[in-house]
Design a protein around this ligand. Structure first.
Ligand code: SAH
Ligand code: SF4
Ligand code: F3S
Length: 447
């Protein structure tokens, strides 16, 4: 196959969750037949796509300030006789729609997460309106339908979206509004995409969904899908994220005990340890029911790494509620975590609740929360010292002769070794640990 140089340059900036990372790759795939090749330099781009996140106020504001910079680049290009098309995709696009173009007139088009397959057409229309001709013919719709298997992965790990949307309506969250209701992709198309990835050298796949464990597109749900994926030749590691406690069923827990390729890592957000707050959040689980689930998961897979999301300063959160969160964390023992200050999102029920918490109180609670979780993360990592872990080598390290990979528990692992080991799973004796990574020596085979 001959590679023709790209006729046009595409710059994509991705914000938010891993679903957006996946979507950005897919947008690049959809645009490749139009002659777009990727660039890291927005000022050189013919097309700039901002794939945005609406989850917290800060995330949204970042998009508008970035658009300010991009607009200047667009003007500079216009002065040099070139054009730039600016597209806003993702969850801000979905939530704010045409309002974005009013706030930043330099934006040419706005496209929500459910409409990426229309991107070539939308861009062609924008160009036509400007009197430009498309540089390349773009393929018919059927070709885009077939795109999943035509993916070109960039490494030995890949994301794969299997589920989108959310019906849970946690009272703080915009996702049910930006991504729509829960929808599961048919297993056949997932398996075809996974086989394509494995054939191109991908060893590890992370299944993505806003509520990935609510997946019901295969017999046996997510557990059934995991078992089918585990049979694919070359696919050695399977992960999934993000799960909701309500959908953590026995079958999935059993898969953690039985399916070797399913990695011992579970991201199961709890948000709060106070039942009063959990109720106000509409999480539909209690601290106790969450703890019982963790117990079951650990019974199935004792070494599993548990990760979570936490929100401090939800409306009505008292010191005692916050302490209940700290207490739950002490009972679980987390390997990693994501922590957030509650951010008031327009249109969500919690934004109108009484008892909004002062920023200073949120800051103080966040600092205490982070201190505890950082200690737990360090302790979890320190436990690995002295063990030999199978590490998937993902890339060359920062220094010459260094490699970098991941343990089964998703810890970054640094080691010395030759470049040809990239893509292989090697035994590494862990010698040192820090909060964010491990380091060690590859164990040489002794016959
Ligand atoms: N579907 C996933 C989470 C998606 S959003 C789940 O339910 O677990 C990722 C995280 O962002 C959430 O788990 C939550 O902790 C945080 N988050 C969502 N909305 C927020 C808000 N309004 N303020 C602060 N944090 C929020
Ligand atoms: Fe948001 Fe809750 Fe749905 Fe997660 S489960 S995406 S936090 S509404
Ligand atoms: Fe953000 Fe949308 Fe993901 S709001 S977290 S990009 S689903």
């Amino acid at each position: 196959m001959s590679e023709t140089p790209p006729l046009k340059r595409l710059y994509i900036k991705t914000y938010g969750c891993q679903m957006n990372v996946y979507d950005s790759e897919r947008m690049a795939d959809v645009l490749a037949p139009l002659g777009y090749g990727m660039t890291d330099a927005p000022e050189e781009a013919d097309l700039v796509v901002l794939n945005t996140c609406h989850i917290r106020e800060k995330a949204t504001e970042k998009v508008y300030s970035e658009l300010g910079y991009i607009k200047q680049m667009k003007q500079a290009r216009a002065e040099a006789g070139a054009t730039m098309t600016i597209a806003v995709a993702g969850c801000v696009a979905q939530a704010e729609g045409q309002e974005i173009m009013r706030r930043q007139p330099a934006v040419d088009l706005v496209v929500g997460p459910q409409a990426y397959h229309q991107l070539p057409e939308l861009i062609a229309r924008t160009h036509r309106a400007r009197g430009e001709r498309l540089a390349a013919d773009f393929a018919a719709d059927e070709k885009f339908d077939a795109l999943p298997t035509a993916r070109r992965p960039t490494g030995v790990t890949a994301f794969l979206t299997v589920q989108e949307g959310c019906d849970k309506f946690c009272t703080f969250c915009v996702v049910p509004y930006t991504r729509g209701g829960e929808w599961s992709r048919p297993a056949d198309s997932i398996l075809a995409e996974a086989r394509g990835l494995a054939e191109q050298g991908v060893r590890e796949i992370t299944l993505l969904g806003q509520n990935v464990n609510a997946y019901d597109g295969a017999e046996g749900g997510l557990a059934g899908l995991v078992r089918a994926l585990a049979l694919i030749e070359g696919l050695d590691r399977i992960r999934y994220t993000t799960s909701h406690p309500r959908d953590m069923d026995e079958a999935l827990i059993a898969a953690h005990a039985q399916v070797e390729a399913l990695m011992p890592y579970l991201h199961l957000p709890v948000q709060s340890g106070s039942d009063k707050i959990l109720k106000a959040m509409n999480r539909q689980h209690t601290a106790e029911s969450y703890l019982r689930q963790i117990e079951k998961v650990r019974a199935a897979r004792p070494d599993i790494a548990i990760s979570g999301d936490f929100i401090v300063g939800f409306p009505g959160e008292r010191e005692s509620d916050f302490e209940a969160t700290l207490s739950l964390i002490r009972q679980v023992g987390y390997a990693s975590a994501f922590t957030f200050k509650y951010s008031r999102r327009p249109g969500t029920p919690a934004s109108a609740m009484p008892g909004q918490i002062d920023e200073a109180v949120k800051d103080e609670r966040l600092a205490r929360l982070n201190a505890l979780l950082e200690d737990q993360q360090k302790a979890f990592n320190a436990q690995q010292v002295g063990k030999v872990l199978p590490v998937l080598v993902e890339r060359l390290g920062r220094h010459d002769g260094q490699l970098s990979g991941r343990s089964p528990y998703l810890q970054a692992v640094h080691m010395d070794g030759p470049a040809h080991l990239v893509g292989q799973i090697v035994p590494v004796r862990i010698e040192a640990s820090a909060r964010m990574s491990l380091s060690g020596q590859i164990q040489l085979e002794t016959a």
